[in-house]
Ligand binder design. Sequence first.
Ligand SMILES: NC(=O)c1ccc[n+]([C@@H]2O[C@H](COP(=O)([O-])OP(=O)(O)OC[C@H]3O[C@@H](n4cnc5c(N)ncnc54)[C@H](O)[C@@H]3O)[C@@H](O)[C@H]2O)c1
Length: 385
Amino acid sequence: MSPTTERAAAQRTSPVQRLEFARDGGYDVVLRRGLLEGNASLITEAIGSRRVAIITTPTVARYYGERLHRLLVAKDVSCSLTVLALQERTKTLASVAEVAARTRAAGIGRRDVLIALGGGVATDVVSVAGSLYRRGVAVIRLPTSLIGQVDAGIGLKSAVNANGVKSALGGFQPPEVVLSDPDWLCSLPPRALRAGMAEILKVALVLDVRLFDDLRAFGPSLIASRFAGPEDVIDAVLARSIELMLSELQSNPFEEDLARVVDFGHTFSPLLETASDHRFNHGEAVAIDIALSARIAARLGLLASCELDAILGLLRDLGLPATAPLVTAELLAHAADDAVAHRGGDLNLVLPSGIGASVFVRARAELTDALLRDVVAETVPSRSG
Ligand SMILES: NC(=O)c1ccc[n+]([C@@H]2O[C@H](COP(=O)([O-])OP(=O)(O)OC[C@H]3O[C@@H](n4cnc5c(N)ncnc54)[C@H](O)[C@@H]3O)[C@@H](O)[C@H]2O)c1
């Protein structure tokens, strides 16, 4: 290999990261360019001699699913391709049942494997289906969206919506392996890229000031170029986001501790997402939650006004919302009550305390109605802006 080719090859790989836990051992999260090039060896090695059903969505099938299917068939892998219109509104048990029916029709047995190829909705639905089908079948995740590669596709848990409640039914279903290709992000619509930036901002703001600075420096141009480059910046941002997420999960994989820093941005957002009838996507609802949490933190003296301005300015530069007409003090109080039920009786609201650090507000009583009313009132001028 010439030095130039060697350098190019080195740039196309990031270190494999791994989540270890006692039950089942753990799994690798691999970020690698060119996964579908050549004979897709990483994917075929992961499948081994098993029969495989690829489950994906129409757009992702057109860009990557059909190619993966052809590659696997050419390698004599016994493989089917199922394309289902999985969206937030159809992220339901009915879709889980549909995946199971197609999986059965594809002849998948107990020792075979599903490939979940797509965004966070697809990986969530297929992971839930995989955990139920024949009482559990292996799932390889190939996350194709930004949210998928830094968050939804890499963790242990997945869920579907039910009874009008976001992520109401689910569980812990570790994947066998996660294989992500940053090149796949280039076909993602800008709105989905922006949503993914909200999840990166989530970990940066409470865990890593350097990643926050990188987002300020490169975030808007990465979205404008639709993640076309520079590759070293993209790979570094993705790898760092994954590292932060996995290290948080590593210490608390099955959420025995219900106070989780990575729940930042996820106290008000589930209700915002459903109350908007999913007009806000997941990342947009998280962005509004981040802005509200930052405003609460500033009012409690945890953030300086210049830090609050930096956070709100970054949200704006990333094209993400910071509030919406449906945000009322009553809605926020209701969301906080839901969070208490979800978090075993404590609020565990994560607030930034400076950039790159956080504290928990444990007791629901500390989040007073007056505080929520003040925070909502503060957002009113920006609503008309
Ligand atoms: N399980 C978890 O821990 C977890 C964590 C975060 C988010 N989530 C869930 O993830 C979902 C959001 O994920 P999302 O933003 O990926 O949404 P999504 O799955 O709806 O994908 C967004 C859109 O992008 C398309 N798409 C995906 N990859 C593409 C690509 N490479 N090129 C072109 N189009 C592509 C999809 O078809 C879809 O239309 C929410 O349901 C959220 O609850 C789950």
